[in-house]
Design a protein around this ligand. Sequence first.
Ligand SMILES: CC(C)(COP(=O)(O)OP(=O)(O)OC[C@H]1O[C@@H](n2cnc3c(N)ncnc32)[C@H](O)[C@@H]1OP(=O)(O)O)[C@@H](O)C(=O)NCCC(=O)NCCS
Length: 167
Amino acid sequence: MNGVRIRPATDADLPAVCEIYNHYVRDSTATFDEVETTSEAWAEKKARIDAAGIPFLVAETDAGELLGYALGQPWSPKSAYRFTIENSIYLAPSAAGRGIGRLLLAEFLSACSESGLREVIAVIADQGAEASVALHRGAGFTDAGALQRVGVKFGRDLGVFFLQRSL
Ligand SMILES: CC(C)(COP(=O)(O)OP(=O)(O)OC[C@H]1O[C@@H](n2cnc3c(N)ncnc32)[C@H](O)[C@@H]1OP(=O)(O)O)[C@@H](O)C(=O)NCCC(=O)NCCS
């Protein structure tokens, strides 16, 4: 895509990553976090992701403006799950709806495949995340179940959809 680059995240990206994520913490049900995160917490999270050999990618403009990120985390600390991750993808609001998510997720899945991972699970809120459901289905994820009323945010009961992609 013209003007957009995808590359591995560096520590220098974390303040912008944190800012993008905190927008959705404050204003949406896309994440069930209710308290804004800090760059320090992101540094610890990135260190854990890197140590596990799981991809953490960012999308940026040619001018170096961060547009969004995609990362994976272990699905479970239990060792038999070691080839399975949960993925997460967030774009700056101004970058959404232009195909950048599709590009970033495709690159992320390729990187996961190259890292030897086998299964990717998306856990998506059942309200306010229509773009995410469309994005993941478009990338070959298939519906793998749902849970009702497992979260509460902004006084609303929320459930989650599970979507799964084999690599
Ligand atoms: C979800 C997200 C990463 C998608 O990235 P994007 O660049 O906006 O999406 P794209 O433009 O690549 O479009 C991907 C698909 O979603 C659809 N889509 C995009 N915005 C949509 C919207 N607001 N409502 C419904 N579908 C939408 C597109 O039509 C496209 O579907 P298609 O492939 O069937 O045509 C991005 O919108 C985002 O960061 N949203 C807020 C955070 C979030 O929900 N993250 C996921 C948490 S699980």
